[in-house]
Design a protein around this ligand. Structure first.
Ligand code: ADP
Ligand code: MG
Length: 327
């Protein structure tokens, strides 16, 4: 590409980003200089998290750019949610194979809508040419000492998850296998795969309450195992208690394979642990947010994770979660 044209078009792209999201008062200087200048409240610590989505690995190159804009930010906000952090700022590194304005504009629409919903300001980034890849870094605040960690689960705690599990994995399965599915199901499942809703409000409510928390990106078993290992405990899960959408419940009746539900990945729900005394409070929280929060098992001393079926038999998964670079 002609160097001057490239620079002119890149400036145009940057123009898209400069006023994409509403301004926050704690941003002294946003997009346009060599760095952003940001004010962290004196009584808070900064929670920072970054995630990269690569075309062909994390999404199909023909996915709707608007959905991609949403998801690139949503998966990062999900990490802040799992820390109990209040989202504030975001930076965006975009690598684009070509300068396709309609594509960028649709991507920005999806990104900006979610950022605006959560009061997050885009304060900087980088734009380069190359194979399509999107890196988003989010910054949030949490009162010192109140961040939710993976390491605090206690023997006897209840284990909970938000929302439903396995929808995104079933959506991927349908996309890949191309089998006949009810149109209503496919619309719902696609939305769950492409437009995950970060559980920020749940994370905030769990501060000073949950003993541990994680967001489920690689599948329940893999992510809960992170909690168990960090906390030095084990757990029992009751499969029949896992929260399922109608679509996933129907597919389970046909195939009786729990793998997609517990190891499918891309759920972006929260998994957390709490002492038994907080059961009533969790019920109230679920009612207040209009979101299912389901008790699925308990923490025990014996290391490892055991899943039981309705008839009391142990179920052993073939694989425990989506792993990059796994052989
Ligand atoms: P520099 O060459 O000093 O790194 P750039 O030309 O890369 O600056 O970027 C100019 C300004 O535009 C910077 O403030 C940068 O943060 C912002 N910017 C560039 N790309 C993006 C993007 N994809 N999203 C948000 N801001 C961006
Ligand atoms: Mg730069």
């Amino acid at each position: 590409m002609n160097k001057h044209r490239e620079i002119a078009e890149f400036n145009l792209i940057k123009h898209y980003f400069s006023a994409l999201t509403p301004a926050r008062r704690d941003v002294q200087l946003g997009i346009g200089d060599d760095a952003a200048l940001l004010k962290v409240p004196h009584d808070r610590v900064l929670a920072v998290s970054i995630d990269t989505l690569v075309s062909g690995v994390h999404f199909y190159s023909d996915v709707s750019p608007e959905s991609l804009g949403h998801k690139a930010l949503a998966v990062n906000l999900s990490d802040l949610a799992a820390m109990g952090a209040q989202p504030a700022w975001v930076t965006l590194a975009l690598t684009l194979p070509e300068i396709d304005e309609p594509w960028v504009s649709a991507f920005c629409r999806g990104f900006a809508k979610l950022a605006t919903d959560y009061g997050v300001q885009l304060v900087g980034g980088d734009t380069t040419l190359g194979p399509l890849s999107i890196t988003v870094q989010v910054h949030g605040f949490v009162p010192s000492g109140e961040g939710l960690r993976r390491s605090g689960a206690q023997v006897g705690d209840d284990i909970y998850v938000t929302g439903c599990l396995g929808d995104a994995a079933l959506a991927l399965h349908h996309i890949e296998s191309g089998g006949a599915v009810d149109v209503l199901d496919i619309a719902y499942l696609k939305r769950r795969l492409e437009r995950p809703e970060p559980r920020v409000e749940v994370g905030l409510a769990l501060r000073q309450m949950a003993t541990s928390a994680i967001d489920i990106s690689d599948g329940l078993l893999a992510d809960l195992t992170h909690i168990l290992q960090s906390s030095g405990v084990g757990a029992c899960l009751e499969l029949e208690k896992l929260p399922l959408s109608r679509s996933v419940a129907d597919s389970l009746r046909k195939e009786d394979d729990w793998t997609r539900v517990v190891a499918g990945g891309d759920d972006y729900e929260l998994c957390f642990t709490l002492p038994e005394v907080d059961r009533i409070q969790i019920g109230e929280l679920a009612n207040r947010l209009g979101l299912p929060i389901t008790r699925i098992g308990y923490i025990e001393e014996k290391a490892g994770l055991r899943c039981f079926k309705r008839d009391g038999t142990l179920w052993v998964p073939e694989r425990s979660g989506y792993q990059h670079f796994a052989s």
